[in-house]
Design a protein around this ligand. Structure first.
Ligand SMILES: [Zn+2]
Length: 225
């Protein structure tokens, strides 16, 4: 039996690899948490400097940090912490170091739970998978629950077929939460990432295919109280 509502966390920490992940992937969910009154913080582990997309001219290091700040405002998020691990090579960074950085922020914001991409990285990017592995390792230490954002197999299959995008999904039976979302703020926040939200991006098609639903799996459940 799938859950249809988000957990009643008062402080939510989103752990992502790149500026734009918080909007392109988690945007509707983070906006929903914020709308429910939660304080939502973001820890972004790289500055996204290795992207091959340059929707606007300029230095991606500076552009993407500014885009993240603007998008976070649109989504109603609180603290945004941007670290400087190497984009595209996050998996080379020791997991325990990243986990200790996640733990430090989670403690500081008194997080009730952590949200990130699924452990498989969802879009075929190894940075996403490593960021989530670090979040789960931190959550083990802190005893926190972790939700992983995913897409159903039918959407992953369609995106692979149409765009050749290496999406990894799950069958319905392995998805724990299916939540109805409102995408207005997510679409607006995505457009703040001008260097990345280029026309024809697979992201727009994914939002279309997902419609009003987002899908999550428990990567770590709450400790029994
Ligand atoms: Zn990303």
């Amino acid at each position: 039996m799938q859950q249809t509502i988000l957990p009643p966390w008062r402080s939510v920490l989103a752990v992502v690899a790149h500026p734009d992940d918080e909007s392109f992937a988690l945007g509707a969910l983070l906006a929903a948490f914020a709308d429910a009154g939660a304080v939502v913080s973001v820890l972004c582990l790289t500055r996204g400097e290795a992207s091959t997309l340059h929707g606007v001219t300029g230095d991606l290091l500076e552009l993407r940090a500014a885009e993240l700040a603007t998008a976070a405002d649109v989504l109603g998020l609180g603290e945004v912490e941007l670290l400087t691990h190497p984009d595209g090579r996050l998996a080379e960074v020791e997991l325990q170091l990243l986990a200790s950085e996640v733990s430090a922020v989670a403690r500081r914001v008194h997080a009730d739970g952590i949200i990130g991409f699924d452990l498989n990285g969802v879009t075929g990017h190894a940075d996403h998978a490593h960021a989530t592995a670090a979040a789960v390792a931190a959550a083990e230490t802190l005893g926190l629950p972790v939700l992983g954002w995913t897409v159903p197999d039918r959407v992953a299959d369609q995106l692979r077929h149409e765009h050749g995008a290496p999406f990894d999904g799950y069958p319905d039976a392995e998805i724990d939460l299916v939540v109805t979302v409102e995408r207005t703020l997510q679409r607006k926040a995505a457009k703040c990432h001008q260097s990345q939200a280029v026309p024809g991006s697979v992201m727009w098609r994914r939002l279309e295919l997902l419609g009003e639903r987002e899908h999550l799996r428990w990567l770590r459940r709450s400790d029994p109280s």
